[in-house]
Write a protein that binds this ligand. Structure first.
Ligand SMILES: Nc1ncnc2c1ncn2[C@@H]1O[C@H](COP(=O)(O)OP(=O)(O)OP(=O)(O)O)[C@@H](O)[C@H]1O
Ligand SMILES: [Mg+2]
Length: 287
């Protein structure tokens, strides 16, 4: 029995040492006759910033729940940092993963923002004397220092999501998954969440970020974009490569980011402009 327990946390030698999340031929269904994710394989590296896009019902949230071990796949294998996820180690592996959902109201436990973050820390058995410093640090990271004693219910949607992200960060996750975390926010709120994500990525090179989003413009600065369609992984490439396939993306009901739409229109008008990045595009247009 002891031996089984020990073996559970051994890295699989076939999985690369820098892998954070690996799917090998993973399939999942809620109802047998309707497969939800079909034979999905990918490898997300430690510190990578991944965007996942796909139309409604393509399986994005289900995928995030499989990574977080909330759901278990019907076929294939899932590895977290090279360790195969199994019934007896899923809880342990989940400790490195934090998931922020779309609806901010469904994620609060504490009566104040402080208590909400403290709850997660208590679960991790963080010492009382270390708690306030961690709470202050996480509130600072999301620009919510002034709201430590505020009741989450009285915050705006954007502020609630920032507290939800602070609670997630307090757990010191190695993998942060945001499942449409800014979907219910206005443009200003969306931009604030986007900035927080980019800031995290800049400050913590080891943090693996998986951002599930319908905001195509949010994805252009990620390292890689995974595209889901009807439960299939149909693309996994750099944003520039993915968004150069505009006809295919349109066929699966996805649009192009604004920058790429602009380049397409300029090309139609006879300007030979290639897209590298946002700043480069502005420079080329100004010339
Ligand atoms: N609890 C459930 N029971 C049965 N079917 C479900 C359940 N949750 C999701 N599904 C189905 O699984 C498929 C994928 O759903 P999922 O929520 O993963 O998609 P999504 O890409 O996150 O969609 P959205 O963009 O709308 O959030 C859909 O057909 C959905 O109806
Ligand atoms: Mg979803």
């Amino acid at each position: 029995m002891k031996k089984d327990k020990e073996l559970t946390f051994i890295r699989d030698k076939d999985i690369s040492l820098d892998s954070a999340v690996t799917f090998k031929n993973v399939s999942f269904f809620y109802e047998k006759e309707r497969p939800c994710l079909k034979n999905i394989s990918f490898d997300i590296k430690r510190g990578e910033f991944i965007s996942i896009i796909g139309h409604n019902g393509s399986g994005k949230s289900t995928l995030s729940k499989l990574i977080d071990g909330i759901l278990a796949q019907n076929e294939g294998d899932i590895y977290i940092f090279g360790v195969k996820m199994q019934d007896n180690n899923a809880i342990q592996l989940r400790k490195d993963i934090a998931l922020v959902f779309q609806n901010p109201d469904s994620q609060f436990i504490g009566a104040t923002c402080r208590d909400d973050i403290a709850f997660g820390l208590e679960n991790m058995q963080v010492k009382q004397e270390d708690m306030e410093e961690i709470i202050d640090d996480c509130l600072r990271k999301v620009g919510m220092e002034e709201y430590k004693d505020a009741e989450p219910a009285n915050l705006s949607g954007g502020q609630k999501q920032r507290i939800a992200i602070a609670s997630a960060l307090a757990r010191k996750p190695k993998i942060l998954i945001l499942d449409e975390a800014s979907a219910m926010l206005d443009p200003k709120g969306k931009k604030e969440i986007e900035d927080i994500i980019f800031e995290r990525k800049k400050e913590d090179k080891d943090l693996t970020i998986i951002n599930i989003t319908h905001e195509i413009d949010e994805t252009i600065n990620s390292d890689r974009v995974l595209v889901l369609s009807k439960g299939n992984l149909v693309m996994s490439d750099t944003p520039n490569k993915v968004f150069s396939n505009d006809e295919f993306l349109t066929s699966i009901h996805l649009s192009l980011p604004f920058d790429h739409l602009l380049v397409k229109e300029l090309n139609k008008l006879g300007y030979e402009i290639e897209y590298d990045d946002h700043e480069g595009l502005i420079e080329k247009i100004c010339r």
